[in-house]
Design a protein around this ligand. Structure first.
Ligand SMILES: Nc1ncnc2c1ncn2[C@@H]1O[C@H](COP(=O)(O)OP(=O)(O)O)[C@@H](O)[C@H]1O
Ligand SMILES: [Mg+2]
Length: 267
């Protein structure tokens, strides 16, 4: 068994507030794994523990066997990361943005130009390679970030809400490229999303997070079958989080009731 990623008893607190609560799961090499949950569930915090941007306070996080606490540099070399927040430089061209990452991640000098063009082509930005990123649409910016994350051919690609702001055509095109890379290089993919349909299509397995802890984990088809015939992943999601995807935004009494309903159902 080849584990690309494993979390064991991971808890993370911001002050007194527990953002990630005793989380354990592992991801096999070559798998596409989805971390799902409403806003505030703890997805981004989990991702930032994996990619060494937050210090592990409690529990273990391993990337291809490397403990992120002791081998942060090794982990960073194995990882490609598309953050939820924008990470490109508007004052640089698309090509300069990707070249900068290629340098940062030690892509050999003589391969650099070809590799930069290859990833720009993958995300359909080659014709716009010499335009300033500040002139790009939201969708183009997102694809540029994907190119940055792919330029060092990461063994583990981590994507935090990668398709927010992309139109359906651009979204499909991004996913097609991610899937290609996965097949060609055996890349492992961990993504967060609140688009259930997308997770259903793409992920071999998903984990549902709610208020920092994991509610359920499994293959989308198995989870749907557990709810009933014709159930969607959205139905699974509702069952385990007790409300819609925007629960955290609604707040108030409704949210309290929903929590109680969930607690009742889950015994
Ligand atoms: N820097 C921070 N300081 C305090 N609380 C935070 C911080 N970052 C996130 N949180 C809180 O932790 C919880 C989980 O956040 P996050 O991991 O971003 O959730 P998600 O990505 O699932 O929307 C939220 O309640 C959020 O408000
Ligand atoms: Mg997030």
């Amino acid at each position: 068994m080849n584990e690309a990623l494993s979390l064991d008893g991971v808890t993370y607190k911001f002050g007194d507030f527990t953002a990630v609560d005793d989380l354990s799961f592992s991801v096999e090499q070559g798998e596409c794994f989805g971390l799902l949950g409403p806003n505030g569930a703890g997805k981004t915090t989990t991702i930032r523990l994996i990619n060494t941007l937050l210090p592990v306070q409690k529990g273990d996080v391993r990337v291809f066997g490397h403990d992120v606490r002791h081998s942060a540099m090794a982990v960073r070399r194995l990882l490609g990361y598309v953050p939820q927040q924008l990470s490109i430089e508007g004052g640089l061209t698309a090509r300069e943005n990707v070249t900068w990452f290629a340098r940062l991640f030690d892509v050999p000098r003589r391969e650099r130009k070809a590799r930069v063009d290859e990833v720009l082509d993958m995300v359909d930005l080659l014709p716009d390679a010499d335009r300033l990123a500040s002139t790009f649409s939201g969708g183009m910016v997102r694809r540029l970030e994907l190119a940055q994350a792919l330029v060092n051919r990461p063994a583990l690609l981590v994507l935090d809400e990668p398709t927010v702001g992309l139109d359906p055509v651009a979204r499909d095109s991004v996913w097609q490229r991610v899937t290609d890379m996965q097949e060609r290089y055996g890349m492992t993919v961990v993504l967060t999303t609140h688009y259930m349909e997308e997770a259903d299509l793409l992920c071999d397995r998903v984990a549902l997070m709610h208020r920092g802890s994991m509610r359920v984990i499994g293959a989308p088809d198995d989870l749907k079958a557990g709810i009933g015939p014709d159930a969607s992943l959205e139905d699974v999601f509702r069952r385990y989080t007790g409300d819609s995807l925007t629960e955290a935004e609604k707040g108030g009494l409704r949210s309290v009731r929903a929590t109680r309903r969930t607690a009742g159902r889950m015994g």
